[in-house]
Write a protein that binds this ligand. Structure first.
Ligand SMILES: [Zn+2]
Ligand SMILES: [Zn+2]
Length: 256
């Protein structure tokens, strides 16, 4: 049992540190591209406040992943490792990424609506993340409660793990890439910049080219006005539920 816990702690902390390093790189990339005229701040007038809390951000991501990896290594690994294979073939990866993001978008939207609709849940679980307000930067992506990240992201990964448990075969490369592109897309939604199309397409693994996909503006607008844009990868659920908003006076006109 001690081995399972040690493995889970190491793997969970690796995801937490990896997420923080990616947030830091994302922030540096945005400011570098802004200096060279390649990226525009979505809301040039808002106060720029950098929520740089490495210990908090690392722990917020690591804590729920430690729990997930403990459950997977203790109860599921012997089965799912026997059906695992490795393939970098695009047809073995991309359809999985797209379907997983569609499923995760529905999960995220439902959970995020729950956070906003039930006031005590908002207070104790989600309000910390909204402290970053409209002054959001890549470094604020994981600024929040561990339960927030745990319910919106890690719990979905547990469901995904259970799904893979029952599959005759599954590609570990596709799952690792899903986590990487998920982290990238989430950071993109918090960067506060309008991403050029090539960057948006790259960071979302091309899934962001799907009709009515969310852009960096979508989640930025959610932080300006939390009544709107509660989806993650697409705007479908927000449009269906009447919670979609395209523009805001703080955001420069014509932003994508
Ligand atoms: Zn956010
Ligand atoms: Zn929210």
């Amino acid at each position: 049992m001690a081995t399972y816990i040690a493995l889970a702690v190491v793997a969970g902390l690796a995801v937490g540190v990896g997420n923080y390093i990616t947030e830091d790189l994302g922030f540096r990339l945005c400011t570098f591209m802004e200096r060279h005229g390649q990226m525009k701040r979505l809301a040039p007038g808002t106060k720029r406040l950098y929520m740089d809390h490495p210990v908090s951000n690392v722990w917020t991501v690591a804590a729920p992943y430690i729990l997930l990896y403990y459950i997977v290594s203790r109860f599921m690994w012997s089965q799912i490792s026997s059906t695992m294979y490795f393939s970098l073939a695009p047809w073995d990866i991309w359809p999985f990424l797209w379907c997983a993001m569609v499923a995760h978008d529905a999960w995220f939207f439902g959970m995020h609506m729950f956070f906003h609709k039930v006031k005590p849940v908002y207070m104790y679980v989600h309000s910390q993340h909204h402290q970053i307000g409209s002054a959001i930067t890549a470094l604020g992506t994981a600024f929040g409660d561990a339960l927030d990240i745990g319910l919106c992201f890690v719990a979905f990964h547990l469901v995904l793990g259970v799904y893979l448990y029952f599959q005759p075969a599954w590609n570990i490369a596709a799952v690792v890439l899903l986590i990487i592109f998920e982290v990238g897309t989430n950071i993109l939604g918090h960067c506060g910049y309008e991403a050029p199309l090539w960057l948006h397409a790259t960071i979302t693994a091309g899934v962001g080219l799907t009709p009515l996909a969310a852009t960096s503006k979508s989640h930025f607008l959610h932080h300006i006005d939390p009544r709107y844009n509660r989806s993650l990868y697409f705007t479908w659920w927000d449009r269906l539920c009447g919670t979609y908003r395209e523009n805001h006076p703080l955001i420069f006109e014509g932003a994508r």
